[in-house]
Design a protein around this ligand. Structure first.
Ligand SMILES: Cc1cc2nc3c(=O)[nH]c(=O)nc-3n(C[C@H](O)[C@H](O)[C@H](O)COP(=O)(O)O)c2cc1C
Length: 185
């Protein structure tokens, strides 16, 4: 049966490598009958978590900050699966996608967390370096996060050797890997 898959992209570079691989993933997932929601973290107007711990205390909203995150909360709740597509920035995820992830916090509070558990997820990482080891920090962060959330990992694509904008378009192996990843759902 078709699932609702939310694809979060983390690069500010429109049409860059993350976008290309995410789009390849999306085409294949749609072909398989899944419904895709897409959210681009860059330019989304999502501010960092304030750690004020006032989640759910104002207007029944998850967070006191009424910013670009509010439209994402219902999509996160409805999603059967979440895919994180990010460039490697200084051996971690991009600040843009990290900022969005930190704002998951209201969905992880005591009584709310059970409702947020049990999703599937995947990660698409792209970076310039050729060596898989360079991606360990970002992969480790993703793995610990989904373990904490009790989500099921459906695959991690580490697309190495991608520096220039659009390089992924000429990397058939990574495009194929993105399509393979979609088939895991
Ligand atoms: C601020 C910044 C930091 C980066 N840090 C790394 C890094 O630590 N390791 C790496 O392999 N590539 C690094 N890169 C290169 C990007 O990960 C690479 O160009 C990637 O393909 C960009 O994806 P995009 O086209 O979706 O933006 C960095 C790029 C930028 C702009």
């Amino acid at each position: 049966m078709g699932k609702r898959i939310l694809v979060l992209t983390g690069s500010p570079r429109k049409g860059g490598n993350c976008d290309l691989l995410a789009e390849e993933f999306i085409k294949e997932a749609e072909r398989a009958g899944h419904r895709i929601d897409r959210f681009c973290a860059a330019g989304s107007g999502v501010s960092p978590c304030l750690a004020c711990d006032r989640c759910w205390t104002r207007n029944g909203l998850p967070c006191v900050q009424e910013d670009g995150m509010q439209p994402l909360y219902p999509l996160l709740n409805q999603a059967d699966a979440v895919v994180f597509a990010t460039p490697l920035y200084f051996y971690g995820m991009s600040a843009q996608i990290r900022t969005v992830i930190d704002r998951f916090y209201p969905l992880c509070k005591d009584d709310k967390k059970p409702a947020f558990e049990g999703k599937q997820s995947a990660m698409i990482l792209c970076g310039a370096e050729e060596d898989d080891d360079a991606f360990e920090g970002a992969v480790g962060s993703y793995e610990r996060m989904i373990d904490y959330l009790n989500w099921e990992d459906c695959g991690i694509l580490v697309a190495t050797g991608l520096w220039e904008k659009g390089a992924a378009a000429n990397a058939p192996e990574w495009l194929e890997s993105a399509r393979d990843l979609a088939r895991n759902f």
